[in-house]
Structures are given as C-alpha cells and as structure tokens.
Design a binder for this molecule. Sequence first.
Ligand SMILES: NC(=O)c1ccc[n+]([C@@H]2O[C@H](COP(=O)([O-])OP(=O)(O)OC[C@H]3O[C@@H](n4cnc5c(N)ncnc54)[C@H](O)[C@@H]3O)[C@@H](O)[C@H]2O)c1
Length: 336
Amino acid sequence: MASEEEHAAAVTSYLAEQASRLRSSDSAVALSNEDALSAGADLRGKVVVVTGAASGFGRSYALKAAQLGAKVVLGDLKQESVDVVATEIRADGGQAEALACDVTDWDAQVRLFRHARNTFGHIDVVAVNAGIAESSDRFLNFAKTDDGEPVKPRMPTVDVNIVGAGYTTKLAFFHLRENPAKEGKAVVILGSMASWFGLPGAPVYCMSKHAMLGLFRSLYFDAQLCDIHLNLVCPFFVHTSIFGTLPKLLLAGIPLPSVDEVVNAMVAATAKNVTGSVFVVDFKRVSFALRVPWAAYAHGPDGYYQVFARRAQGLMSFGKWAFDVVSAVVGAFKGR
Ligand SMILES: NC(=O)c1ccc[n+]([C@@H]2O[C@H](COP(=O)([O-])OP(=O)(O)OC[C@H]3O[C@@H](n4cnc5c(N)ncnc54)[C@H](O)[C@@H]3O)[C@@H](O)[C@H]2O)c1
C-alpha cells in the first residue's frame, strides 16, 4: 500500500496533469469581463427563470439580469428568502416574481415555470443554478451496520445537483421550445471546475458536476434543433454560502475569482450569440470561453465518437423532419 506521502504526491501530480490538459486546449478564447457584459444588453425584455436565486451566483445573476432589463422569476427553498431578492429588484425599478421552489420537487418546479409563463407570457432564458456542496456524511466512511455491512450513503447532493438540475433543464427545454422566438433563447447550466477535475474529499459533488458536463454535451444536439443556446459555466472556488469553514481554510492564500466574474460569465452565456461553450472562471481571475463539446470525440481510433455523434444528430434532425411532415399531413386532413 502507498504511504500517505506517496498518495498525496500522486494526487498532486494527477491534478496538475488534468489542469495542464485543460489549459493546453487550442480552442480556449479569452473573454474579458467587459466583453461578457457588453452582450448583456440582449437580456433586455427577456423572461429569465433562475433556480437557487436567494444567494450566491443565482441571486447576483438575477439582480444583474434585472438591471439589464430582464423580467426575472426567482425560485429557492424559502419564500421569504426569494422575496427579499425580488423586493430589491422592484425597489430598483425592475420586474421580478418570487416563488418557493425546492428543485428536487418536480411539481414545485412545474409551478415555478408555469408561474413564469402565466405572468410574462413565455420564457426565454433559464439558469440551472441551485446546488449544494458535498454532504457532511463522508461518502467513503467505512462505518458498518449491526450486521457488518457498509452503511448506505446519503446522497442529497445527487438529489439537488443532478435530479433537481435535470428537472430544471427538462422544464427549460419544454418551455423554451413552446416559445416561438427563433433567437435569444438560452439555457445556462452551472458546472464547476469539478466538472473536469477529481476533487479529493468531495466525490459526490464532483460526480454531480461531471454529470452537468454530460448533460450539456448530450443536449447540445437537441438545443440546436430547438433554437436554444446551451452553455456551461464552470467556476473555480468562489466565496459564497455554499462552502463551510473547512474548504475556506483549505483555500487560504489561493486567489479566487469573484461572484461578479461568475455572474459576468453567466450573462455572456445567456446573452452572447454562442452555444456549446464552456465558460471557465478560474483562479487566474479571467473568464474564457472554451468550445469543448467535441473534445472527447477527438480521441479514439478513426473518430468513432464523431461518427456516432454525427449519426445521432442526423437521426434527431430526421425525426424532427418526419414529425413535421406527419403533423402537416394530419393537420391537412383535419382541416378538410
Ligand atoms: N461557489 C463556488 O465555489 C462554486 C463553484 C463552482 C460551481 N458552483 C455552483 O454554483 C451554483 C450556485 O452555488 P453558489 O456558490 O451560489 O451557492 P449558494 O449556497 O450561495 O447558493 C445556492 C442556492 O441554491 C439554493 N438551494 C439549495 N438547495 C436547493 C433546492 N433543493 N432547491 C432550490 N434551491 C436550493 C440555496 O438555498 C442557495 O440559495 C451551484 O450549482 C454550485 O454547485 C459554485
């Protein structure tokens, strides 16, 4: 068995290797905060739904979107906490609606989206933002039950960060597809640097954020068919209320990006004319757009992944075309 030092050295070199691989991507494009925000004018008049809007990125993005002229619909666990943000927006002359919405509750999310559509007529932009950190129950604790078996792990992080985000994304696609606009529709998903790197001590959080990368990469095809811009924002650690004292201590001395920088990336991800991009907001305090959905396909012999992706895309396009033809024929018969 490796000693603790050997183990620590191996983890360090593994993380460094992952970081250098991401950094060496040819397709990274620097994006200044000014650049990101200049796109924000396009949020004027848009109807924007934000989950986890009472705190951190969700709250600040909602405030920024409202300042830029968007009508925002805020969801979070407690009505009082989203009411505070909505009141702040209205006091500043903006338009906001607030609803208690636990993202793990499908019916509550259906109500949130229905409220947005019924109030403002349609939905243009969705920020899939609500999230929690690793549970305090250590995933790999080796406690045993009375009969000597491992204790079943509790995984609320999966419930919120994967199931909840999945519900929000499904509802976002449903409502944005119903919106007849051809332009200006966007979904931003909150990933993390943990979408790319292993995070020692937080395997479940890391699993949940890798899941967001998979969701984003897979739905990229559907997003194109639905005229939706789909982007992923991946912040490094940022001081919000998501982390307790221990991670903050572990981060001592490391320069962290600010909430504003993440919000600028979210604005760019929802307003800029880009899709299929990851906005990495990292410890170098810069945001940059990195077109990565195809990165995985570059590997593997003979571009098998590329072939598969092309076929999958072709099948979906064909399916949409066939559906349109059948709908037109059925419509013509009904109209006789
Ligand atoms: N802060 C960071 O360092 C960091 C880094 C990368 C990614 N992220 C991601 O950014 C997103 C926002 O996090 P944040 O840092 O602003 O944290 P935060 O704790 O400040 O805000 C998260 C919000 O989500 C809400 N929330 C939690 N569970 C919910 C549920 N079941 N239903 C509805 N709302 C719920 C919380 O009440 C809170 O208002 C999360 O998805 C997080 O994983 C954060």
